[in-house]
Design a protein around this ligand. Structure first.
Ligand code: NI
Length: 431
């Protein structure tokens, strides 16, 4: 294992004298061979993380495991306790700059696992149902590959293991926003960032990219419709918030269907309705909670404005009052078009032209978006669907299973994106 790597490292200085494409091909082959070699180890790491999932801002064991593995790999520059349980490591190449960042998220979800896997969650009610165990182990595998190749890296690689992507417990800060606040993109200054997410609707072997808006903005709302309590037999003596809330629900859905340009994606969903204590009493209040998703800043602002008007006036029309909290939960994941154009050939080289596919915009959100607001960022989807191993269920479900054969594809993708970006940016021969 080591011998093969060393041979490649010895060969590398000569590659600068060879035609660019040949140097690129040799590098590609070296990454592939290392990724395949480390794959069983990465699968073992992934299964261990999968068996021990931890909720957002509670990723203590995960962070400790990550830091230990990074040090075992030989990386000395490892910082822990960033944004609570975040881990940030730096691989020094043959020069200090430029610096590329690779990010993985580490947290799990409040889901009771029902996969029946031998390495299923040992924490009742908590499950890696969004594949963040795979993201973390793939970034560890990538760290191992890039550390092996460090002598030939024309710059540094910052590895960001981020907690709390799924949202923090009430009253707590966390996730990408807090990592940025604590300086993760500085010292040393990061030039661009890559991240990926497993995609159960994409077959193993494929990678999907998109220039511009890829994942949606996430807004969260809470509406309290306040009326006046009365006997259910005499509603005219009060103001019925249940009837008002029913009209509010119907009315807000016309925002997406009739008020915003139909060519712009908008989703408004209500996930919670709470109100009433007895069958024969009209209650004082009904609370609605939900989310709005868009892909464009202007549309997002327009939706927020329309939401307020429609809810307030519909409630008023029924003799009730609406109290609205509409909070900005996260911007859309915006892939820098120039960076995507530059890195698309890398994806094609890793998985083959036919397997590097363009993704449609999706309405789920990802807090990777925050990094993309600061520096050029590119987020890709990694195919993990494989009927043969039962990897067919959607993310966030108790049945979610991923095809572990995709892990080495992910490692190759992240490693190659980092290598090619550094090579191009450092002005080395283009890959
Ligand atoms: Ni996720």
């Amino acid at each position: 294992m080591r011998r093969r790597t060393l041979r490649w490292l010895l060969v590398f200085p000569l590659l600068c004298l060879t035609p660019e494409s040949q140097a690129g091909d040799e590098g590609l082959a070296a990454v592939k061979s290392l990724a395949e070699q480390f794959a069983p180890q990465v699968v073992a790491w992934r299964r261990d993380l999968h068996a021990h999932p931890e909720l957002s801002n509670r990723e203590q064991r995960t962070a400790q495991t990550v830091a230990e593995i990074l040090r075992e790999i030989g990386i000395t520059d490892v910082r822990t306790g960033v944004a609570r349980h975040g881990v940030v490591a730096l691989i020094h190449g043959n020069r200090a700059t430029p610096v590329i960042a690779l990010r993985a998220d580490m947290d799990a979800l409040p889901v009771q696992e029902a996969t029946g896997l031998p390495f299923a969650s040992q924490n009742p009610g908590v499950m890696h149902a969004c594949g963040h165990d795979a993201h973390t182990s793939m970034l560890l595998g990538t760290a191992k590959v890039l550390f092996e190749l460090r002598e030939s890296l024309p710059g540094s690689v910052k590895l960001i293991f981020q907690p709390a992507e799924e949202g923090t417990p009430p009253g707590e800060e966390g996730g990408a926003a807090l990592m940025i606040k604590e300086g993760v993109l500085r010292e040393p200054e990061v030039g661009a960032i890559f991240g990926l997410h497993v995609a159960p609707d994409l077959p193993t072997g494929q990678v999907a990219y998109r220039a511009g808006g890829m994942l949606a903005s996430v807004d969260r709302f809470r509406v309290a419709v306040r009326g006046k309590q009365s006997h259910a037999a005499m509603p005219w003596q009060g103001a019925d918030p249940i009837v008002a809330a029913a009209h509010v629900i119907t009315a807000v859905h016309t925002i997406a269907s009739h008020r915003v340009d139909a060519r712009q994606p908008v989703v408004i969903s209500i996930g919670i309705i709470r109100g009433g204590q007895a069958w024969n009493i009209i209650p004082e209040q009904v609370v609605l909670e939900g989310t709005a998703r868009t892909h464009d800043k202007t549309v997002r602002d327009r939706v927020a404005e329309l939401f307020r008007t429609v809810v307030e006036q519909t409630a008023a029309a029924h003799g009730t009052q609406a109290e609205i909290e509409f909070s900005d939960y996260g911007p859309p994941v915006w892939n820098d078009p120039e960076l995507v154009a530059r890195m698309k050939p890398t994806l094609a080289r890793v998985v083959g032209e036919a397997n590097a596919v363009e993704s449609p915009p999706v309405m789920v959100g990802e807090d990777f978006a925050h990094y993309g607001q600061q520096i050029p960022g590119m987020f890709v989807f990694l195919g993990v669907r494989n009927e043969a191993v039962g990897a067919v269920h959607p993310l966030h479900t108790p049945q979610f299973v991923l095809d572990e054969a995709a892990l080495s594809v992910g490692i190759r993708t992240l490693s190659q994106l980092a290598i090619d970006w550094l090579t191009r940016t450092a002005g080395e021969p283009a890959p």
